[in-house]
Design a protein around this ligand. Structure first.
Ligand code: GLN
Length: 200
């Protein structure tokens, strides 16, 4: 008789074309999630959810094309693959991007308008403590040349704001953050994302 298969949780892919993917892998490993790098289309096999990390959305857009990942990823995301997009990843998920390059293209997964590098020069990078719906203590958030959310569509849930501007929003299985939740040891936002996959 074969032994019973081990009980496994969801497999989370982390797009690893460029940017801050290794910190996401570390945060997910810290909460015992089976996290895998996604660099090529075959890496999507068996993936239950995806993280789109921070980095440079223009470069990521180009690498999505050269890697052959754009079409298979679009299909999976269009079919509802849960996604957590952070910073550049937020830009890739947004329906409308201001100050983008004409040749950058995203996945149009959530009805928001974001302005690339929208916090301007003085606030290029900053850190702040956020009140996040669902967390009972503030989350220390690191913003690096962050996109600024300028419009949130009906039905998009605002999970956290900074100075009255949404910085963490969600629509169904698409969650996007203007900041970098992977750059501190606080795993609570990764835990919330994974909890949504397992229904816990
Ligand atoms: N400014 C970057 C972009 O436009 C995003 C910055 C980041 O991910 N830290 O893609």
């Amino acid at each position: 008789m074969n032994p019973a298969p081990p009980v496994t949780g969801p497999v989370v892919g982390v797009l690893a074309l460029q940017g801050a993917f290794s910190d996401h892998l570390e945060r997910l490993a810290a909460i015992d999630v089976d996290a895998r790098i996604v660099k090529r289309p075959e890496h999507l096999d068996g993936v239950d959810a995806l993280v789109l990390p921070g980095g440079e959305s223009t470069t990521m857009s180009m690498l999505l094309d050269t890697s052959g990942l754009r079409d298979p990823l679009s299909d999976l995301l269009g079919d509802g693959l849960p996604v957590f997009g952070t910073c550049a990843g937020m830009i890739l998920c947004a329906s409308d991007v201001l100050d983008g390059r004409p040749d950058q293209h995203g996945f149009d997964l959530i009805d928001i308008t974001v302005r690339r590098n929208g916090y301007g020069r003085q606030l290029d990078s900053f850190e702040t403590d956020l009140d996040v719906a669902g967390l009972d203590a503030p989350f220390h958030a690191v913003f690096i040349r962050a996109p600024r959310v300028e419009r949130v569509g009906a039905g998009v849930e605002i999970v956290a704001e900074h100075d009255g501007i949404p910085v963490l929003v969600r629509d169904g299985t698409c969650t996007v953050a203007a900041f970098h939740p992977e750059l501190t040891n606080d795993t609570r936002l990764h835990e919330l994302f994974v909890a949504q996959l397992t229904g816990n």
